[in-house]
Structures are given as structure tokens and as C-alpha cells.
Design a protein around this ligand. Structure first.
Ligand code: HEC
Length: 174
């Protein structure tokens, strides 16, 4: 659940003070339980709002460069974009790309939040940063991983890697 607001904390604390003032009056137990339930919900909203992050752009990037010959390669023209989309969202092994890179490709996937910048998942929607990332560079990192970051080497065939690159470059990148 996302709870994006400019002032989520102030508001949450305000509501909690009211709830707890009410709770402490010591009325019947049904009411107490209900109020406690509401307090738990608000606590949850406050905690999740503390984790709601904005996509970073430009994004710091220290990723190793692919060897020049590979960086220049681009076999995505004849690749299968529909299959790339499926790999990105579901079938890629060991894990679907969207778990870290997000379904919008902004790097804010469910697991992405666990990785902090400068090794946060790449935000593919950030054209400033992606201008430095060629199709061949993407291929190299997807095939080999980026050591010391959450970007593990993916168990995909070369053809599947080009499929997912085509999907990212044509449908996600801006
Ligand atoms: C467990 C989390 C995770 C998963 C799953 C994941 N990535 Fe990544 N990815 C990262 C992180 C973290 C980075 C940033 C690495 C760095 O800064 O060196 C990254 C970086 C990248 C980059 C940028 C390379 C560059 O040179 O800047 C590409 C392209 C990429 N991932 C593609 C994919 C694709 C395609 C998939 C699915 C097949 C995928 N990733 C799955 C975490 C993940």
C-alpha cells in the first residue's frame, strides 16, 4: 500500500493522539478493541509512508562497463518484445525484473526498496542516466550481473536477454 502525501507523519501523529486519548478513557472493551484496530491501521500507514520513495533521477551509476565490442552490439531489432514483457514481469529466473526494477521500470519494485543508492536498481525511466546505457551494456550486465549489487546474473538464454532489452528500450524507457 502506498500513502503518498507531503505531510503524512504530522497527520498520522495527530490522528494517533486523538485515538489514544479516546482509548485511555477506559470505556467498554468492544470500543477499545475497535479503537486499537484503527490505531494499528494508522501506524501501518505511517510506517509505509516512511518507506514510500521517489524514483531517483539522475541516478548515481558506478556500474562496470562492458568490453567495447559487446557494448556496441545490438541484436534487439528482431527480438520478441511480447516475450520480453513476460520475462520482465513474470518468468525471468532467478527473479522477475519487476521485483526490483518495478512494473513501471522506475527502480521502485517491491524488493528494490531493500537496495539503497548508489546500488539501487536502475531507473529505466530516467533518460539522463539511461543515455549512458547502450543495448550491449544492458546485455552484458543482464548476462553477468553487477558484482556487489542486487543485480545478479540472470539465467536467461541470449535470445531471451535481447527480448527483455527490446521491451525495456521500447516500452519503458522515455
Ligand atoms: C534482486 C533485484 C534485481 C532483479 C531481480 C533485477 N535487477 Fe537489474 N539491477 C538491480 C540493481 C541493484 C542494479 C544496479 C546495479 C549497479 O548499480 O551496478 C540493476 C541494474 C540493471 C541494469 C543497468 C545496467 C547498467 O549498466 O547500468 C539493467 C539493464 C538491468 N538491471 C536489467 C535487469 C533485467 C532485464 C532484469 C530481469 C531479467 C533485472 N535487471 C533483474 C537489481 C535487480
Amino acid at each position: 500500500m502506498e500513502f503518498k502525501s507531503e505531510e503524512p507523519h504530522g497527520f498520522g501523529v495527530f490522528i494517533e493522539i486523538i485515538i489514544f486519548a479516546f482509548f485511555n478513557r477506559g470505556d467498554d472493551s468492544m470500543k477499545k478493541q475497535f479503537v486499537l484496530f484503527i490505531a494499528v491501521i494508522f501506524t501501518f500507514l505511517m510506517v509505509s509512508s516512511a518507506y514510500a520513495k521517489k524514483a531517483e533521477c539522475p541516478q548515481p551509476r558506478k556500474t562496470k562497463s562492458a568490453p567495447a565490442a559487446i557494448a556496441k552490439k545490438d541484436n534487439s531489432a528482431k527480438a520478441n518484445k511480447a516475450n520480453g514483457k513476460k520475462l520482465y514481469n513474470k518468468t525471468a529466473k532467478p527473479m522477475a525484473c519487476k521485483m526490483c526494477h518495478g512494473d513501471k521500470g522506475d527502480g521502485l519494485g517491491k524488493l528494490g526498496a531493500a537496495f539503497k543508492s548508489p546500488v539501487a536498481p536502475r531507473n529505466f525511466t530516467c533518460s539522463k542516466t539511461m543515455a549512458k546505457v547502450s543495448p550491449g551494456q544492458m546485455f552484458w550486465i543482464i548476462k553477468n550481473g553487477s558484482k556487489g549489487t542486487g543485480m545478479a546474473k540472470m539465467k536467461l538464454k541470449d535470445k531471451e536477454i535481447w527480448d527483455v532489452i527490446k521491451y525495456i528500450r521500447e516500452d519503458i524507457m522515455k
